[in-house]
Ligand binder design. Structure first.
Ligand code: SAH
Length: 256
């Protein structure tokens, strides 16, 4: 008999924070799990209950964590691997498939599924209006897994292409200067009045949103819970008395 029979592994997106932004399908997958595997703060978002074992680990051990989850599933357990936002956006799903590609041949036959979640840039965009209304892209500013010159080359290319750019992982204590360097590159390519949106801890109690012109963006506070969205030439502000402006990107682009 196949010792892995009955084991399953689901990679689950928990959304940006608030329980109401978790999909029904993700909720059902969490309820069915016997083991929850993930980074500490995400595992902490899944309440304890009888029959559930929680395996929390540090952020830097993603492929080891994926291998552990695969071993549990191969032993017949119902395993959930959890990520914030969407698990396929700069998160565990890619680490999991990397472990499958390089791991035990039998892991390819496991019942592996991915449950999508609302990623940070979409949750942030909804708060602001519709800043991702035209063409856009997402970049991670982290140079843990790719060299910094690759980050800057991609950033310059998408800024020149006039895409709205969502920057994930803008800053951390180990990477204090990358966001400033990225904003400087943006200031060399885009107009000073371009709206830059700093969306922090969206849907959590400590949520903060700021919109500033690119010329003043380097002084805006940001941390590792912030996603930064740089507008395109078609991104507009709709000012409102005493309230945060609406921000949207027109879907119309004039012929060059
Ligand atoms: N898989 C996650 C992203 C992981 S990378 C997702 O789909 O959202 C981690 C980065 O995501 C953070 O540095 C930050 O840029 C962003 N982020 C995650 N949750 C956020 C939230 N609630 N509000 C704002 N940004 C968030």
């Amino acid at each position: 008999m196949n010792p892995g029979a009955g084991g399953t592994l689901t990679v689950i997106g928990l959304g940006p924070g608030d329980e109401s932004l978790l999909t029904g399908s993700a909720r059902r997958a969490l309820d069915a799990a016997e083991d929850i595997v993930g980074y500490y703060p995400y595992v902490a978002r899944v309440p304890e209950r009888p029959g559930l074992t929680r395996h929390a680990s540090d952020n830097r051990v993603e492929v080891d964590r994926a291998r552990h989850a695969l071993q549990l599933a191969a032993a017949g357990r119902r395993v959930a691997v959890v990520s914030g936002g969407d698990p396929g956006v700069f998160a565990m799903a890619a680490a999991l498939f990397e472990a499958v590609e390089h791991g035990e041949p039998g892991w390819r036959d496991l019942a592996i599924t991915v449950e999508p979640g609302i990623t940070a840039m979409l949750a942030a965009a909804a708060r602001l209006g519709a800043p991702l209304g035209g063409d856009f892209c997402a970049l991670s500013l982290s140079d843990n897994l790719k060299p910094w010159p690759v980050v800057t080359a991609r950033l310059e290319a998408v800024l020149r292409a006039d895409l709205v750019v969502a920057l994930y992982n803008p800053i951390s204590s180990a990477r204090p200067w990358q966001l400033g360097a990225a904003l400087e590159i943006a200031a060399g390519i885009r107009a000073p009045e371009t709206p830059v949106m700093f969306a922090r801890a969206i849907s959590r109690p400590d949520e903060v949103i700021r919109v500033t012109p690119l010329a003043e963006a380097s002084s805006a506070p940001a941390d590792m819970a912030t996603v930064v969205i740089i507008g395109a030439s078609t991104t507009r502000l709709i000012p409102r008395e005493g309230r945060q402006p609406f921000v949207y990107t027109s879907r119309k682009v004039e012929a060059a």
